[in-house]
Design a protein around this ligand. Structure first.
Ligand SMILES: [Zn+2]
Length: 277
């Protein structure tokens, strides 16, 4: 059975770009830490299927809930970094990004059994204009990055001792390329999503799934948003845990780090990560 990559962007609901648009400056009001119970629910679910993943934790979460991060680590998952603050990398300069990375890396490494090796930028925000970010990640001993907004691999960054860029997985459905995870998992018909993921594995390729703990929270505080933002932040959340359960039942998942330790970085594999389906 093909081993796919499971990734969890570990931020609370109010960190999202969508929520921040409406909450700027008010997030303290909502900072009650719903993330803890949502992560525990996910850990129990993953445990019951023997699925393991990489949890990209936000520095603000690590600082506030160190015991949660230690628990994820002890359960056999890997801890990656999601930045210290949930800020787009392309909006920072080099110094700002380095100080963000240094802070989150230090927090994580003081808590976990194995040093952090993988990074995912908030909102897939390492684009071609800020590839310098990869050099900074390398300086802090990161081996893997999964931050590119394109559903393509950045091959030039996968050679030699360069960081391995793991592209966001997507599947082709007629003219659409559908990313595998996040709001897309909630919005598109589940039967279609399952079919696309199965096709990728049947063709002999792995895929990477990404989810957020707040996306299973049926009691998510409601804020007034535009219609499109309501879809991005809230649509399909009540059904999402069951969807994830069915995915775990049908596919095998391991963390980013295990995947590359086992598979010895086949660059061709990276290149075709997204294209099939
Ligand atoms: Zn995020």
């Amino acid at each position: 059975m093909i081993e796919n990559i499971l990734t969890i962007d570990c931020e609370d609901w109010y960190h999202t770009r969508t929520a921040q648009k409406y909450l700027s400056g008010k997030k303290g009001v909502f900072a009650e830490g719903r993330i803890s119970s949502n992560v525990r629910t996910l850990l129990d679910l993953f445990g019951s299927f023997g699925a393991r993943g990489t949890f990209f934790v936000l520095g603000e979460v690590v600082e506030k809930f160190p015991e949660l991060v230690m628990r994820i680590d002890k359960t056999g998952h890997r801890i990656g970094a999601h930045g210290y603050k949930h800020v787009d990398v392309f909006s920072m300069d080099k110094q700002e990004f380095e100080s963000d990375v240094s802070k989150v890396t230090g927090f994580i490494n003081s808590l976990v059994s194995r040093p952090v090796e993988s990074f995912r930028a908030p909102n897939w925000s390492i684009n071609n204009d800020c590839l310098w970010a990869l050099e900074i990640l390398k300086k802090y001993d990161y081996k893997y990055d999964s931050s590119s907004p394109k559903m393509l691999s950045l091959l030039k960054n996968t050679k030699g001792d360069q960081i391995i860029e793991i592209p966001r997985s997507g599947a082709q459905f007629f003219r659409l390329t559908i990313p595998l995870g996040g709001a897309f998992l909630r919005v598109y018909p589940f039967g279609l999503m399952m079919r696309l993921m199965k096709k990728i594995n049947q063709d002999g390729f792995p895929f990477m799934l990404y989810i957020h703990p707040w996306e299973i929270d049926a009691g998510l505080p409601l804020i007034r948003t535009s219609r499109i933002d309501r879809v991005i932040q809230y649509y399909g959340i009540k059904q999402n845990l069951e969807k994830i359960r069915r995915i775990l039942d049908a596919f095998k998942f391991i963390p980013v780090e295990d995947f590359f330790e086992k598979n010895e970085v086949d660059k061709n594999l990276l290149n075709t990560f997204y294209q099939l389906g």
